[in-house]
Design a protein around this ligand. Sequence first.
Ligand code: 13P
Length: 262
Amino acid sequence: MRRQIIAGNWKMNGTIASGSILIEGINGTLKEDELSVDVVVCPPFTALERAVTMTRNTSIVVGAQTMDYHDAGAYTGEISPLMLTELGVRYVILGHSERRDYYGETDATVNEKIKRAFHHNLQPIVCVGESLAQRESNETMTFIESQLQGALQHIPKEQVQQLIVAYEPIWAIGTGKTATAEQAEEVCAGIRQYISKLYDKATAADVRIQYGGSVKAENAYEILSQPNIDGALVGGASLVADDFTSIIMSAQQVATDMLHSN
Ligand code: 13P
């Protein structure tokens, strides 16, 4: 059974001080619970070290929002995988649509980054997703398949099995417009099917696929209870401790329900 994974992408929000208060709030609520869900927070680079310190011996682990694929060198402004692992960071979001749109990230660079992330024992969360125009012209799956094909070039299946894919329709990010649970499930099932075609059924069955795009406490349970959705990548709602923990609790509820239905 795939374990649900809830990740909070803080994007370029907050300070070390406000991030610490947020983590304290999340920790405070989760402390008592034995979670069967993975929880990740992805603060801005400057808050990573504090976040790692504050989440030691808790059920929360820390991820970064992007990284460079070189270990070191003349790459002004970039952060390398080595710098992340030195801090104790465990996950890294790769190919977020904002990185693709504003900073020129491509499937080829995402591919390099996945390779380097695995090399350094960082768990990649690879984002894919269509624009509104692509959805309206029925190009959603063709586009996402091309993103996956590019991102997964020469990635062995042993690594793909550990991969997390985040399906984030661009039109649903930060807009309050969530994909319906059916729309999200349809694409996540399509992603699994395509990975099965690229590799095999067993590999596809292991990949965890998150949905991201205006996930909130109110819609989390319905989305997370879809058979091919194994978690959420949360933006706005991850900045409010109560909202984020409610989403985690929804995932926990889904895990409990599944245990009882088997
Ligand atoms: P929102 O949850 O704010 O729509 O952001 C989604 C996202 O981009 C997470 O990576």
